[in-house]
Design a protein around this ligand. Structure first.
Ligand SMILES: Cc1cc2nc3c(=O)[nH]c(=O)nc-3n(C[C@H](O)[C@H](O)[C@H](O)COP(=O)(O)O)c2cc1C
Length: 200
């Protein structure tokens, strides 16, 4: 199938925060007046937390969001790492943490249904409260890629493998070249050459 047409769909960028995890998503959509959906990869710890706790919040990233936040929340797992430890956090009305700085808004939600999509689960949620946090312009998926030069890891639903070379199995970064130097270090997550896998 030619998937080029799908690349014209636009998205925002969000952090989904649960009691014990947080991850970046682009697949948040408001589907009715007070309901949203998100698609979460089954291998993400946030998927397990959403199934167990049902409550979460989403923050809307602005163009000024520090790329380190996207690196931490989009390329590492809450299973091994307390992602909030280096950031100033606030708590929402359900006591769920969120980073306030450079976020445009906070959306508090409760899962009411799930749809199994093989690799991902779609969580359908009621919005129970929202708060505007700033008037800064929001970060779009396009802006993240074109201006911030960000990349999308394999667990994101929009991930497409296009190039040949070596892929970092930690964050998805692709080194384009026939041979990966032995002392190569991933420029995104700092992983060594030994964790790269060949792709073609
Ligand atoms: C730009 C961007 C968009 C992403 N979109 C999604 C998404 O929509 N759904 C998803 O499950 N993961 C998405 N991810 C990947 C997760 O954020 C990533 O796998 C994260 O490390 C999961 O963390 P966790 O294990 O703590 O839940 C995205 C990552 C980036 C950088």
């Amino acid at each position: 199938m030619n998937k080029e047409g799908l690349e014209k769909i636009s998205y925002g960028i969000y952090i989904i925060n649960t009691q014990n995890s947080g991850c970046i998503v682009n697949t948040l959509t408001r589907v009715t007046n007070d309901k949203i959906i998100i698609a979460i990869n089954k291998e993400n710890y946030t998927n397990k937390m959403l199934k167990e706790n049902k409550k979460f919040n989403a923050t809307v990233l602005t163009k000024n969001t520090d790329m380190n936040i996207i690196q931490t929340f989009g390329f590492t797992s809450s299973k091994e790492n307390n992602k909030y430890k280096n950031y100033k956090i606030e708590k929402d009305s359900n006591n769920i943490p969120y980073i306030k700085e450079n976020m445009a808004s906070l959306i508090e939600c409760e899962v009411i249904n799930e749809i199994d999509l093989d690799t991902h689960t779609i969580f359908i949620a009621n919005v129970i409260n929202t708060q505007k946090l700033s008037d800064e312009e929001v970060m779009t998926y396009d802006y993240y890629h074109k201006i911030k030069k960000g990349i999308t890891p394999p667990k994101a639903p929009t991930y497409e493998q296009k190039t040949k070379g070596y892929r970092c199995t930690i964050c998805g970064y692709i080194y384009e070249g026939k041979t990966l130097p032995k002392n190569f270090v991933c420029p995104i997550c700092g992983a060594p050459a030994t964790v790269f896998e060949k792709i073609d």
